[in-house]
Design a protein around this ligand. Structure first.
Ligand SMILES: *Cc1c(COP(=O)(O)O)cnc(C)c1O
Length: 357
């Protein structure tokens, strides 16, 4: 697939945010967006960049009723030499097809999607902030557009990409977070949609998130949906434990999202000679070993935060504190290395960086 992207420039460009320290996350959007449509007889067609604007949607559009949709999350970074780069973008685009497959949405050529994202980011390059820790968040998404009330896969879809300049995730530095282990609700089950980035998974997590907030916790740790015993993820991040000096993370068994940051953490740790185990980990194992002083670090991994240290877990009316509520050495090294590569401070030995402009 290699269709030419039509570009329509916006006639009234928005002022760029003057104060990069108050960007926050996901609130400000750039001047243009990418759009492409799908129809059965045409395949994916009419790729275009047009002024960012609200879209009109028929009240009977299938997305509004049955949730057939997927999304991605990635970032463009301003490196120290002023370039704009992406981090492993082909991985996000391959994951779109994995999510599409589960949600019965037609496949798209991953290389072509990278090209579309690059074209949009290049056009919006002046929106990529440059202060430490800032980035241009990229949100590709696809949704069902048939106007029909009935449960079946849509025959038409829209693929869109929007961009949002974002502030540092940790304006105050990497402070460990307090996590509530969820025992009532589950996020996903094997055979369900947990491995796909599909909106329903996040809608299903809101009740638990609200409950955690009420109890003074910032995120939840998800257990498996069958036995409520094995650890799956933390909030919308993958989770890692340093147990007896080994890095341990739940295996990808179908209910866990295959994070690109997760993959990056595993590859980096192995390259440093650290033993990495992808296996089932029960919450009981973590609590038992933590009380014996054998769990030295816990952290979440994801594009938004990169590495998010966990300082405390609360489960079954019991609490454990990790590493005195301070960021651990490996967590810090992973964070510095990954962000160092993304911002061009460290040589990119793994060829993870793709320059846009
Ligand atoms: C996106 C996401 C992650 C992290 O994936 P990255 O590719 O590392 O950003 C982890 N868990 C869930 C549920 C997610 O949606």
């Amino acid at each position: 697939m290699d269709q030419k992207i039509t570009i329509t420039m916006s006639e009234n460009l928005k002022p760029k945010p003057a104060d990069e320290s108050s960007l926050g996350f996901g609130r400000i959007f750039t001047d243009h967006m990418f759009v492409m449509d799908y129809a059965e007889d045409k395949g994916w067609y009419d790729p275009r960049i047009e002024p960012y604007s609200p879209i009109s949607i028929d009240p009977s559009s299938m997305i509004l009723h049955y949730g057939q949709a997927i999304f991605e999350g990635m970032k463009a970074y301003r490196t120290t030499d002023g370039s704009v780069v992406l981090f492993r973008p082909i991985e996000n685009m391959r994951r779109i097809n994995v999510s599409n497959n589960r949600m019965v949405i037609p496949q798209i050529d991953p290389e072509y999607m990278v090209k579309c994202v690059k074209a949009l980011v290049e056009l919006e390059k002046d929106w990529v902030p440059s202060s430490t820790g800032t980035s241009l968040y990229i949100r590709p998404f696809i949704f069902a557009t048939d106007t029909f009330l009935g449960v079946r896969p849509s025959k038409t879809y829209k693929f869109m990409v929007i961009l949002s300049p974002s502030g540092p995730y940790y304006p105050q530095g990497l402070d460990p977070v307090k996590i509530y282990v969820e025992q009532e609700y589950v996020r996903a089950v094997v055979g369900g949609t947990g491995f796909a980035k599909t909106p329903g998974n996040y809608a299903a997590s809101l009740a638990s998130q609200a409950k955690a907030y009420e109890s003074g916790y910032v995120q939840v740790l998800w257990l498996d949906g069958v036995e409520r015993k094995y650890i799956e993820e933390v909030g919308s991040m993958n989770v890692f434990f340093v147990i007896d000096g080994k890095l341990v993370t739940p295996s990808l068994d179908g209910s866990t999202l295959p994070g690109i940051t997760r993959k990056t953490v595993i590859e980096l740790a192995r390259s440093w000679g650290i033993d990495v185990e992808e296996r089932r980990i029960s919450i009981d194992e973590v609590f038992t070993k933590a009380l014996d002083g054998r769990v030295s670090e816990v952290f979440g991994s994801g594009t938004a935060a990169v590495i998010s240290p966990v300082g405390e877990l609360f489960w079954n009316s019991k609490k454990v504190i990790f590493n005195d509520n301070k960021i651990g050495n490996l967590s810090q090294k992973l964070y510095s290395t990954i962000t160092g590569i993304q911002y061009g401070l460290i040589p990119d030995e793994f060829n993870w960086i793709e320059k846009v402009v």
